[in-house]
Design a protein around this ligand. Structure first.
Ligand code: NAP
Ligand code: ZN
Ligand code: ZN
Length: 349
């Protein structure tokens, strides 16, 4: 027996999302069930639903991986969560827990493949479906505690946008005395600004045009440069310790490498579906590094949520109804979002 819940899903790759119903499994011994309060809209949802990553693995596909909800049911072996707890689910709902990468807490790099929260084959052979829905059932180990001091709707984007930038900023040493450039001021980018500032770094925003200058400085950025005409790259040569690329399209890798100072690192979390040309001389100069990062493991995601509670960091959001999801997608493609759309899941009722 399963439960039928209302959701919003893409019937075909690239087609507008529409109301659908999906099944949620019964709560197993190690599962928790949550009523979803809010779900953020990440650009990865657009890539998936739009077919950028290939044909849809399941039709309809219900996206959504920035989930905040309240626990309504727990399995009889569950120890981590209780009914009534405010919790979150991010990009993953399972992994093998046995491989070298899982054992060091990097379940996102599970050598046997992590299970994404939507569009992935689950252990029971069904396909996972995401957070644009009324409720979800998941293993307790992949469910996070969302501190009560965080406003739930603005905390939802932390489950992907927040952790995806927190992990590489921390890994590459964002701290007082370090200069961080955030490339692209969307959902991930604005969290990059807030979190790099909270870590004590000096933060510069690199955006395509002048449009977001005031907004970036209001978020706490120390400096802002429009990169559209290319001149900023000359002015900024030899400046940054860390460049965090959050752009949802190809970037000029070599121009960005050129503004790293000695030992600096360009880390990409933004997805280009095309390969990017790399000039090895741009990499060798200053002994530069290039890296990538995919969300993070569960332990670090919990650490990030607790860090955000301690530093009062959440996302700047625009709350939307479920019937506004397609409009939100169009506005994101036009970079018209300050800075994250979050679905009020009560509107799925
Ligand atoms: P978003 O809110 O749409 O922001 C993307 C930003 O990229 C835009 O605000 C814009 O910044 C810039 N941009 C967009 N199109 C561009 C173009 N054609 N050329 C140059 N710049 C462009 O997206 P998001 O939700 O932050 O996600 C950003 C990317 O990260 C997506 O590709 C997403 O799939 C990826 N992602 C990766 C992970 C991971 O684990 N690695 C996790 C989550 C998301 P400006 O207007 O300031 O120029
Ligand atoms: Zn995401
Ligand atoms: Zn594993």
């Amino acid at each position: 027996m399963s439960t039928t819940v209302n959701a919003y899903g893409a019937p075909k790759a690239g087609a507008p999302l529409e109301p659908v119903t999906i099944e949620r499994r019964d709560v197993g011994p190690h599962d928790v069930k949550l009523d979803i309060l809010y779900c953020g809209i990440c650009h990865s949802d657009l890539h998936f639903a739009g077919g950028d990553f290939g044909p849809l693995p399941v039709e309809p596909l219900v996206p959504g991986h920035e989930i905040v909800g309240v626990v309504t049911e727990v399995g009889d072996q569950v120890t981590k969560h209780r009914i009534g707890d405010r919790v979150g689910i991010g990009c993953m709902v399972d992994s093998c827990r046995e491989c070298e990468n899982c054992l060091r807490g990097d379940e996102q790099y599970c050598l046997n493949g992590h299970t994404l929260v939507f569009g992935a084959a689950d252990r029971d052979g069904s396909f996972t479906q995401g957070g644009y829905s009324q409720a979800v059932v998941a293993n307790e180990d992949f469910v996070l505690r969302v501190p009560e001091s965080l406003t739930p709707a603005s905390a939802a984007p932390l489950l992907c946008a927040g952790i995806t930038v927190y992990a590489p900023l921390k890994k590459w040493g964002a701290a007082p005395g370090k200069r961080v450039a955030v490339v692209g001021l969307g959902g991930l980018g604005h969290m990059g600004v807030k979190l790099a500032k909270a870590m004590g770094a000096e933060v510069t925003v690199l955006s395509r045009s002048e449009d977001k200058r005031e907004a970036a400085l209001a978020l706490g950025a120390d400096a802002y440069h429009a990169t559209g005409d290319g001149q900023a790259f000359e002015k900024l040569a030899n400046t940054f310790d860390i460049i965090l690329n959050t752009v949802s399209a190809p970037i000029d890798l070599n121009a960005h490498l050129g503004i790293l100072r000695i030992d600096g690192t360009l880390v990409s979390v933004g997805v280009s579906t095309e390969p990017l040309p790399l000039d090895v001389f741009a990499l060798m100069t200053n002994g530069r590094n290039i890296s990538g990062s995919q969300f993070a493991g569960i332990r670090e995601t919990q650490e990030m949520l607790d860090f955000c509670a301690e530093h009062g960091v959440t996302a700047d959001i625009e709350l939307v109804r479920a019937d506004q999801i397609n409009e939100a997608y169009e506005r994101m493609l036009a970079s018209d979002v300050r800075y994250r759309f979050v679905i009020d899941n009560a509107t799925l009722a």
